[in-house]
Write a protein that binds this ligand. Structure first.
Ligand SMILES: NC(=O)c1ccc[n+]([C@@H]2O[C@H](COP(=O)([O-])OP(=O)(O)OC[C@H]3O[C@@H](n4cnc5c(N)ncnc54)[C@H](O)[C@@H]3O)[C@@H](O)[C@H]2O)c1
Length: 314
């Protein structure tokens, strides 16, 4: 299928990721059918899209007419068969559970058009592991978006064992068209590219926090004002080219044997999670949010992200 033949896109799963993916496709000009097993989630998803679009308008990304048109392009549909039967592309964003994803992909394989491209937004699983029974293995692919998906530019495209070049190219072109920054990942590997990098960093961050080397506040402050500041503009490999490979290589030889190499998250972190401190959604994680409004925190984050998006990518 060519990009010019794509008209209808369906998003299955309307939670944190699904609603933002649907919004991106709708602002990009596509008719989107949004599905979820929960009617309540589906309703909330549209409210979230409306609120996100208002922030886009307030920050000069789109006009209020664009926002109205985008909202009108999204149709909520609680019945998965109805939601996907006419879709040219389906993007699955249901929960990260291999059996749930397998069931959804089997269903999609049975009810979608035989030409439809089926993409999953899993953040760690391999498409070959849960879509192996889906007909048309050349048309299944992973597209890994980042939260908030309607703002963060990069989307990883990870090909499965049998994904065709045509499918990868189509998703690449589609993502470019809706103003994303797609990156092709040539081989399936757990965690793909970016979660491998993110969790390598988190392993060391958790270690430094557990050992009391710095407070949670100072760790976040230091990382965002240095590594984060640089990485927003230049990648890690160019950073090391500019800094000098002799220096980076010498530091690596000294430091790598001293870094944390645990194969599990530290007990202190697991206890925090097991005692229900899950972050913003429970009012406490590394930081305390009990006196703050959830919406206000997300809106503040999104406004800052949008400023960066405008400066660097729009
Ligand atoms: N949250 C993140 O930061 C993030 C980032 C990148 C990728 N992802 C991935 O995106 C996917 C979705 O994550 P999320 O954070 O949006 O989760 P979420 O829990 O917010 O949303 C998942 C939604 O899927 C719905 N659902 C479950 N089974 C379904 C089914 N059979 N049919 C239709 N809908 C169904 C649920 O009702 C829920 O609303 C996961 O694979 C996750 O790993 C998440």
């Amino acid at each position: 299928m060519k990009l010019s033949e794509v008209h209808r896109i369906s998003v299955v799963g309307a939670g944190i990721m699904g609603h933002g993916i649907a919004q991106t496709m709708a602002t990009g000009g596509y008719d989107v059918c949004l599905n979820d097993i929960s009617a309540e989630v589906l309703q909330r998803a549209l409210e979230r899209v409306r609120s996100n679009l208002r922030i886009f308008v307030d920050n000069g990304f789109i006009t209020s007419q664009d926002a109205e048109r985008a909202l009108a392009r999204i149709s909520p549909e609680p019945d998965i068969k109805q939601a996907v039967k006419d879709a040219d592309i389906v993007i699955e964003a249901v929960k990260e559970d291999i059996e749930v994803k397998r069931e959804v992909f089997n269903r999609l394989g049975a009810v979608c058009k035989p030409t439809a491209v089926l993409a999953s937004n899993s953040s760690s699983l391999l498409i070959s592991d849960f879509a192996s029974d889906t007909p048309g293995q050349d048309r299944v692919v992973l597209t890994h978006w980042f939260n908030p998906p309607h703002i963060v530019p990069t989307v990883e495209i990870i090909r499965g064992k049998f994904t065709s070049d045509e499918t990868v190219d189509l998703m690449y072109d589609l993502l470019k068209k809706v103003k994303k920054l797609p990156a092709r990942i040539n081989k399936e590997i757990p965690g793909y590219l970016l979660n491998r990098i993110q969790f390598a960093m988190l392993r060391e961050v958790w270690y430094l926090w557990r050992e009391g080397i710095a407070s949670a506040e100072d760790i976040d402050l230091a990382v965002k004002g240095s590594l984060g500041f640089r990485l927003a503009s230049i990648g890690p490999l160019i950073t090391s080219d500019l800094g000098g490979q002799d220096t980076f290589c010498a530091v690596a030889k000294y430091l790598l044997p001293l870094l944390d190499d645990s194969h599990a998250p530290p007990d202190a972190y697991v206890s925090m999670v097991e005692s229900g401190h899950l972050g913003l959604k429970t009012g406490k994680g590394f930081f305390d949010y009990s006196n703050e409004e959830w919406e206000a925190i997300i809106e503040k984050r999104d406004k800052e992200f949008l400023q960066r998006l405008k400066t660097l990518y729009w």
